[in-house]
Ligand binder design. Structure first.
Ligand SMILES: [Zn+2]
Length: 276
């Protein structure tokens, strides 16, 4: 699965709205929607594969034509919060309000997303239930499998399509001093090696690699090429399907052997773990 989170400016503003006063930083983020996404779309079209773009409401408001174009080109748009603030730092009421604003921003573009990914994967124990409440059919937040599974939230089920850090481009490419998101610039051939070796091994287990790229990082020329090479590698193996998140969720729902889990918060005894 190829997923692209178009965080653009939102993920920096979530660190503090003062960052809006830094045109250099804002331009670093704007590279994603302005240059990265059009390049990625061109590669996806040339390779004839469908991808899933997770879009914060703020990005939908700032770049409506681009988001419409993603849909027009046959790809999927998923919900990715409104503000890109981490749910773990919000109250349940704030998380629900932010979720709703994100839905409204996509709705104004005529988009009804089927799935959700939390900002920074920083879901709370309530997030899955909130996503079901807003009609989501799948989410992509939890790392306790590398195959999709069905999660019972209490208010209904949702398909979890698990991500993982090793399939993300932040550990490879995230480089900024302020805010400090990492000091990483590896050769895209190295990133491709990490992803390709994992994908190759996953074929033994019937697992699902969920590439989680960010156009402001992976939209750079040599990095787009690495994504293209990954797609070609997968196609050459002949036994790898490239699916949108909805397609994968549909397969999971109709698979009689699919794993089913409950959303069980961990309750900790303070006598065992005295430190808050
Ligand atoms: Zn994001």
């Amino acid at each position: 699965m190829l997923t692209f989170d178009i965080d653009a400016e939102s993920c920096m503003l979530a660190e503090g709205r003062r960052y809006a006063q830094q045109p250099g930083l804002m331009s670093h983020q704007a590279f994603g929607p302005k240059v990265g996404v059009p390049r990625i779309l061109r590669v996806l079209r040339a390779e004839d594969v469908r991808a899933t773009f997770f879009v914060p409401g703020l990005t939908a408001e700032r770049y409506p034509d681009l988001i419409r174009r993603i849909i027009d080109e046959g790809h999927e748009v998923g919900h990715h919060s409104h503000s890109h603030r981490a749910p773990l730092e919000l109250s349940e009421g704030e998380e629900r309000l932010d979720f709703e604003r994100g839905m409204e921003a996509l709705d104004r573009l005529g988009i009804r997303p089927r799935g959700h990914r939390s900002a920074l994967w920083a879901a709370t124990w309530e997030t899955a239930a909130i996503a079901v409440e807003f009609g989501m059919d799948y989410e992509s937040n939890m790392m306790d499998n590398d195959r999709p599974y069905v999660l019972e939230t209490g208010g209904g089920t949702i398909v979890e399509v698990p991500p993982h850090w090793s399939w993300d481009d932040f550990p490879q490419y995230a480089y900024l001093w302020d805010p400090d998101v990492g000091k990483n610039v590896v050769a895209p051939s190295q990133a491709l090696k990490v992803w390709a070796e994992e994908l190759d091994a996953m074929r033994e287990w019937g697992a699902a690699l969920v590439l989680n790229a960010h156009p402001f990082l992976s939209g750079r020329a040599s990095r787009v090429r690495a994504i293209r090479d990954l797609i070609r590698l997968a196609r050459d193996w002949g036994d790898v399907a490239v699916l949108s998140a909805s397609e994968l969720a549909d397969r999971a729902r109709t698979d009689p052997a699919i794993e089913r889990r409950n959303n069980d918060p961990i309750h900790v005894d303070p006598n065992v773990y005295p430190h808050e």
